[in-house]
Ligand binder design. Structure first.
Ligand code: GLN
Length: 506
C-alpha cells in the first residue's frame, strides 16, 4: 500500500478491489503519523476511536457487496476549528484548551454520512488568525518540503498533513487566504468556495462575512469530490445556498476551452518574487498552449483590499470572540500564579490592576488576557477600536463602501455583456514559503503575504489554488501555486479548467 500517494480516487479503487481494508488503511495512516508527525507536527490530536469505528463499518459494507460511496474509509484530517461531537476542539487557542464539542459541525456531519475516516485535528494559527501557523498556542507546524520553513497559514496543519501524505485530503477554512496560501506553500490543491456554498454551522467563527470552509487535496478532481460532499443549503446557516453541483467536473472539454481567462495587471507587480513570477508564467503558457483565450484586465481597487480587510476582519473578530468570556468557555481550572505573572510581564494591565476590580472583571482579565495569544489580542483591540463611537463611520462604514467597490471590480470583469472574462488567473502569494521567525516581528509583513488572496473573500467569489507542477516532498524545490477565481457559484468553471491543467501536467 503506497499510502503517501493515495488520492481519493485511487484509495476508493483499491478499497473496492479489496487490495486493502479500510481498517488496514486507517492503521497504516496512524503508524505513518506516529513516525513522521513528531517532526512536522501537522496534527494536534488524533481521533482513533472515531476512525476505527468508521473503518469497521465501511469494511462490513464492502464485505456485504454494497457500494459504500466514493469517500468511504478515506483518511481525512480536519482543521481544529470544526466541531466534532465529543472531541476537544481548540482553534489552537489556550482559552479553548478544555472545550469539548457537544455537536457536529454540518461539514463533519456530511463527512460522517459519506463514511470518511476522520484521522484527527490539525494545527492552525489561533482562531485562524495568521499566515504561518506560528500563532498556534500549541507549537508550530513545519513545511514538509523544507523543515526550516513555515507551511503557511492559518490552515498550515491541514496543508502539511496532505502534502506529507499523512492524510489523503483535509478540510480548512479561508477568511483571507487560509486555504489557498498554505496550499501554495505546500504544493497541494486548495479551494475556497463561494461565500454561502458550504455551511459554517459548527465552525469556530473568525470573521463571519468572509469565512468559508473548503478542501485540501492532491488533485483538482479530489477537490471537486470533497467540495460536492460538503456543499449545499443547511438550515442552521442562514447564509448557505441550495445549489446542485452534480457532475461538477463534467463540463465538456470544448465548452471548457471557450472560457476566457483574465490576467489582472494589479496582481503582476513589483514585489512578486522571481520564482513565483516564473511559476505563474509557466501556468499561463500552458493555458495558451491548451488553446485558452487570455487577456489582460484591470481590477482597479485591488490596492485597497488589504487595508479594508484589516478593518472589517478585526471588527468581526472582536464581536465573534466576545463570547469567550471565561464563563461559558473556561480555562478557569488552569489559572495559577504563572498566569498573573504573564500579565505583569506584558505590562498591559497596570492601570487596571492598580484599582480594585470586580470579581467578574477579574475573570475576564484572567481568561481573556492570558487565554488569548498576542495576535488575537491585537485584532480584538483593533476591531473594538474601529467599531467604537466616533470611529465607526471613519473606519468601519468607509471600509464597507470600499469593499463594495472591490466587489464591483469583479462584477465588471466577469460581465458577459461587456466582453468580460470567465476566470481570473493570478499568483496566490508574492513569495514561496518563508522561514520561521522571518515575519513574526513585523505584523505588516505577515499581513502582506495575503495580498492576492483577500480580494476573493471580499467579493465572496470562489478561488482555487493549484500547484504549478507536482512536487516530491523533500525534493529541494519549493512549491509555487497559481490561483483561479470565478463567478459566484461557478466552482464548476474553475475546477474544470484546473482539471484540464492538471491532466496536461500529468
Ligand atoms: N492570513 C490571514 C489573516 O491573518 C487570513 C486568515 C484566514 O484566512 N483565516 O487574517
Amino acid at each position: 500500500m503506497d499510502i503517501k500517494n493515495f488520492t481519493i480516487k485511487s484509495f476508493h479503487e483499491g478499497l473496492m478491489k479489496k487490495d486493502f481494508s479500510a481498517m488496514e488503511a486507517a492503521r497504516e495512516f496512524f503508524d505513518l503519523i506516529d513516525e513522521e508527525d513528531g517532526e512536522i507536527h501537522a496534527y494536534l490530536r488524533k481521533t482513533k476511536d472515531l476512525a476505527f469505528s468508521r473503518a469497521e463499518e465501511v469494511d462490513a459494507l464492502v464485505a456485504s457487496g454494497e457500494d459504500p460511496g466514493i469517500l468511504a474509509g478515506v483518511p481525512i484530517a480536519l482543521k481544529d476549528n470544526m466541531l466534532i461531537k465529543g472531541e476537544i476542539v481548540t482553534a489552537a487557542s489556550e482559552i479553548l484548551s478544555k472545550y469539548r464539542a457537544s455537536y457536529d459541525a454540518t461539514v463533519v456531519k456530511s463527512l460522517k454520512e459519506a463514511r470518511v475516516t476522520i484521522l484527527g485535528q490539525t494545527n492552525m494559527d489561533e482562531f485562524a488568525m495568521g499566515s504561518s501557523t506560528e500563532n498556534s498556542a500549541f507549537g508550530q507546524t513545519k513545511n514538509p518540503h523544507d523543515f526550516e520553513r513555515v507551511p503557511g497559514g492559518s490552515s498550515g496543519g491541514s496543508a502539511g498533513a496532505v502534502a506529507s501524505g499523512m492524510a489523503v485530503a483535509a478540510l480548512g477554512s479561508d477568511t483571507g487566504g487560509s486555504i489557498r496560501q498554505p496550499a501554495a506553500f505546500c504544493g497541494v490543491v486548495g479551494l475556497k468556495p463561494t461565500y454561502g456554498a458550504v455551511s459554517r454551522f459548527g465552525l469556530i467563527a473568525m470573521a463571519s462575512s468572509l469565512d468559508q470552509i473548503g478542501p485540501f487535496t492532491k488533485t483538482v478532481e479530489d477537490s471537486a469530490i470533497l467540495f460536492n460532499t460538503i456543499a449545499g443549503r443547511d438550515e442552521f446557516d442562514a447564509t448557505s445556498v441550495a445549489k446542485n453541483y452534480d457532475d461538477i467536473l463534467n463540463k465538456e472539454v470544448s465548452k471548457t476551452k471557450e472560457l476566457k481567462i483574465g490576467l489582472p495587471k494589479e496582481y503582476f507587480v513589483d514585489g512578486l518574487s522571481d520564482e513565483v513570477r516564473r511559476g505563474v508564467d509557466e501556468a499561463i503558457q500552458k493555458f495558451k498552449k491548451l488553446g485558452f483565450k487570455i487577456k489582460e484586465i484591470s481590477l482597479s481597487h485591488t490596492k485597497y483590499a488589504l487595508s479594508v480587510y484589516y478593518i472589517i476582519m478585526p471588527a468581526e473578530v472582536s464581536t465573534n470572540l466576545a463570547r469567550f468570556d471565561g464563563i461559558r468557555y473556561s480555562r478557569i481550572s488552569r489559572i495559577n500564579a504563572d498566569d498573573t505573572r504573564t500579565n505583569a510581564e506584558d505590562g498591559q494591565y497596570k492601570s487596571v490592576s492598580d484599582r480594585r476590580r470586580s470579581a467578574l472583571e477579574e475573570i475576564y482579565f484572567r481568561q481573556r488576557g492570558v487565554g488569548f495569544g498576542r495576535e488575537a489580542r491585537r485584532r480584538i483591540l483593533l476591531g473594538t477600536f474601529v467599531l467604537s463611537a466616533g470611529y465607526y463611520d471613519a473606519y468601519y462604514a468607509k471600509a464597507q463602501k470600499v469593499r463594495r467597490l472591490i466587489k464591483e471590480d469583479f462584477e465588471k470583469a466577469f460581465d458577459p455583456s461587456a466582453d468580460g472574462v470567465d476566470l481570473i488567473l493570478t499568483p496566490v502569494t508574492p513569495t514561496t514559503a518563508f522561514k520561521f521567525g522571518e515575519k513574526t516581528g513585523d505584523p505588516l509583513q505577515m499581513y502582506l503575504s495575503d495580498i492576492f488572496t483577500i480580494p476573493a473573500n471580499m467579493a465572496g467569489i470562489p478561488a482555487l489554488s493549484i500547484p504549478v507542477k507536482k512536487y516530491k516532498v523533500g525534493g529541494g524545490e519549493l512549491p509555487v501555486g497559481f490561483q483561479l477565481m470565478g463567478r459566484p457559484f461557478c466552482e464548476r468553471d474553475i475546477l474544470s479548467v484546473g482539471r484540464m491543467y492538471e491532466q496536461d501536467a500529468d
